[in-house]
Design a protein. Structure first.
Length: 252
């Protein structure tokens, strides 16, 4: 954005994609995307999202799993936060670590530079119990957004959501069915790889793998309507977590 002769953004691709055997990661998928192959966001997507005006939507995402292994050789420093807020305040285990401004020194041309916060390495020291991370975003001195990330990093819940909860009974209408495994604060756990199984009841079909082994803690199936109206219930299960359900109405 600091080079007037460059049009657009310097980047590779929006989404992970299927590829041929001469390229990719060995499984014929390229993982270069800002979002994954199901159009679900990765950390890079949060950066792009943070460049919108806060008048349109407030954005606050800490790009961390808040573990001792966040960075090479251990630790979680710098703590990177993508946000369009004026300031962020960081708390660890309820104790304030300070308020911070965007890193305009290293990113002078961005509308909303990322926050790069040093001094957090002590919270990944061996022998010290990790404490939860809480980040609060401020606009014009007012708290407008908040995110808390568990220090435990353990699966807490299976989430299941449909993009649309009503489909047409035309034999072709579909919606995406997103499922994630999250911590107790609703953050995706990118290193979970549990299998999730699905059951469907009603005039619709599931399109996709079943059971489905998660990659990156999130994935998606599709629900395709048949030709008759009715109520469709999808139930997702995985070991050691409570089942999740979603209901979709098929209408004429």
């Amino acid at each position: 954005m600091g080079m007037p002769k460059v049009a657009g953004a310097i980047g590779w691709c929006a989404f992970d994609y299927n590829t041929h055997q001469e390229f990719g990661s060995g499984d014929r998928i390229c993982y270069h995307g800002v979002m994954d192959i199901f159009r679900l966001p990765k950390y890079a997507a949060y950066f792009y999202e943070s460049q919108i005006s806060p008048e349109q939507r407030v954005v606050l995402h800490a790009a961390t799993v808040w573990s001792a292994g966040d960075r090479s050789e251990g630790g979680n420093e710098p703590l990177v936060i993508f946000s369009n807020c004026d300031e962020v305040e960081v708390f660890v285990g309820g104790y304030g670590q300070g308020r911070y401004k965007p890193d305009r020194a290293n990113f002078p041309n961005l509308p909303h530079p990322p926050f790069q916060i040093m001094g957090q390495k002590i919270h990944a020291t061996w022998g010290i119990e990790n404490a939860h991370l809480r980040v609060v975003g401020y606009l014009n001195g007012q708290a407008v957004a908040e995110q808390t990330i568990s220090a435990r990093g353990l699966p807490h819940a299976l989430e299941l959501k449909a993009d649309f909860t009503e489909l047409r009974a035309d034999g072709a209408d579909m919606t995406r069915l997103v499922f994630r495994i999250v911590d107790e604060y609703g953050n995706r756990l990118p290193y979970t790889n549990q299998c999730v199984s699905f059951e469907i009841d009603g005039p619709a079909d599931l399109i996709g793998e079943n059971p489905f082994a998660l990659m990156g803690g999130q994935a998606a199936l599709y629900v395709k309507a048949r030709h008759e109206p009715g109520t469709v219930t999808i139930r997702a299960t995985t070991p050691r977590l409570e089942a999740a359900t979603v209901t979709i109405e098929i209408t004429r």
